[in-house]
Design a protein around this ligand. Structure first.
Ligand code: EPZ
Length: 417
């Protein structure tokens, strides 16, 4: 397994090209199962997760080829219906294949994803949403199974706003017979973009960017040809690096509106933010001010930036109260940050972070994707050397993260453990 060794104390300055968004690419990769043909996806980040998803598609009979950040997926022969446990358990988003398999092949056998680093992550809305379209699914020995399924239009209200379940049911509804109305859907850019991609393939989805979707089923769809949007969470993570190190970083190839909540919060800590059409420059203060954060669904402050904001708060001047309303137990980074000298009191889903003057480098362990990003950020400003083990968590969602940090002036090396 790889580890990152980071020597703290350097300001980060310069320009960084932000990669394609993992959470936008994965559902689009799943959507290729809705229609036979050769699909072309550009600006797909080279990550553990996109490669795992490629393996899932190959198990289902598709052919997948990466050429740098271009991914060509041929689903002409994709006629298998089983997504095995050994793949699904490594990446929950594999469950995205369920709806497309049912819609196109009328059958599926997809492993339940199980939990993740920070606890249970239910999929009940995926199942009840598909049931509203006529998919009678069983749970059999850890697998979600359905056969002889003929999807029809239906009405479904999501009692919790769910990115994944919205993507799942929206994809299935595009080929269902009749009209589907979905209420209280997610409006993250990943969803809006997925809907736009499907409409470009001949789907009839109305209401994108709103909490209510009306989807008129069609007989078939054309293959996908699209460019994946930039990763707003990667962009916000590098913006947090500028906030913490007091440097000035220009994020290239971004959509500023997609991470406005994070930019506004970083301005509250004292950062100067200049927004251009596809670039943002963030200049950090000598020391960030404390700021309170409450995560919300889009366009609120994203839960995927909660860990990184705790790292900012750890060295800020003052006390910050950071609340995660989306995942109440997503705090596995807290004990690791405390090992570096952070002063964090955890009360349920609320972290009370009293800023300290200095963190100290220490051996720490990455536990999940965004937690590892938070540890890397803390290491950038810590006194001395920080050794972050199990960095494969970081590789799941950040393309060439250490190379990008090094190019901005950080002292980072990747070592084999
Ligand atoms: C997506 O996960 C993202 N993953 C997550 O990013 C992100 O944290 C999350 O959305 C929230 O924004 C991908 O896009 C691949 P949800 P997802 O369904 O779809 C509850 C990262 O770091 N819920 O929007 O699984 C759930 O427990 C990853 O890149 C149900 O109750 O999240 C949570 O409280 C981590 N039943 C809330 O909804 C369900 O059936 C939001 O979860 C589904 C979800």
């Amino acid at each position: 397994m790889d580890a990152l060794v980071i020597h703290g104390g350097r300001k980060l300055n310069g320009r960084v090209a932000i990669s394609g968004a993992k959470n936008a690419a994965l559902p689009v990769m799943a959507a290729t199962l809705l229609m036979p043909g050769v699909h072309r996806l550009r600006n797909v980040p080279q990550l553990l997760d996109t490669h795992t998803f490629a393996k899932v598609l190959e198990v289902l009979g598709a052919k997948v080829r990466f050429d740098k950040n271009e991914c060509v997926i041929d689903t002409t022969q994709a006629d298998k219906v089983e997504a095995p446990y050994d793949l699904v358990r490594t990446m929950r988003a594999s469950i995205y294949v369920l709806g497309p398999l049912l819609a196109r092949l009328g059958a599926a056998r997809v492993s339940l994803p199980g939990g993740c680093a920070w606890g249970p992550r239910p999929v009940n809305l995926h199942l009840t949403g598909l049931a509203a379209l006529g998919a009678q699914l069983d749970i059999d020995h850890g697998y979600i199974t359905g056969q002889n399924v003929k999807l029809h239009g239906g009405n479904f209200h999501f009692d919790v706003v769910s990115v994944g379940a919205t993507a799942q049911v929206m994809m299935a509804a595009t080929l269902a017979e009749g009209t589907t109305v979905l209420e209280n859907v997610a409006v993250e850019p990943d969803i809006t973009v997925l809907g736009d991609v499907l409409n470009a393939c001949g789907a009839r989805i109305e209401g994108l960017n709103t909490r209510r979707l009306t989807i008129h089923g069609v007989k078939s769809l054309q293959p996908i040809d699209t460019t994946i949007i930039p990763d707003r969470i990667e962009a916000a993570t590098f913006a947090a690096a500028a906030a913490m190190t007091g440097g000035s970083i220009t994020l290239e190839r971004v959509i500023p509106a997609h991470f406005e909540a994070a930019l506004a919060k970083l301005e509250e800590t004292g950062c100067v933010v200049v927004r251009e059409s596809d670039e943002v420059t963030i200049t950090g203060p000598s020391r960030p001010r404390a700021a309170d954060v409450t995560t919300m669904v889009y366009p609120g402050f994203p839960t995927d930036m909660q860990a990184q904001m705790i790292a900012v708060a750890a060295i800020a001047n003052g006390t910050s109260v950071i609340t995660d309303t989306i995942y109440v137990d997503r705090f596995t980074h807290v004990p690791e940050l405390s090992r570096m000298g952070a002063n964090i009191e955890l009360k349920g889903n609320v972290a009370i972070v009293r800023g300290v003057d200095r963190l100290s480098g220490a051996p720490v362990m990455a536990t999940d994707l965004r937690a590892s990003a938070a540890l890397a950020l803390a290491a950038l400003v810590a006194e001395g050397e920080t050794h972050i083990s199990r960095i494969y968590h970081l590789d799941r969602g950040y393309e060439a993260f250490d190379a990008k940090l090094t190019a901005l002036g950080a002292r980072v090396e990747r070592v084999r453990e």
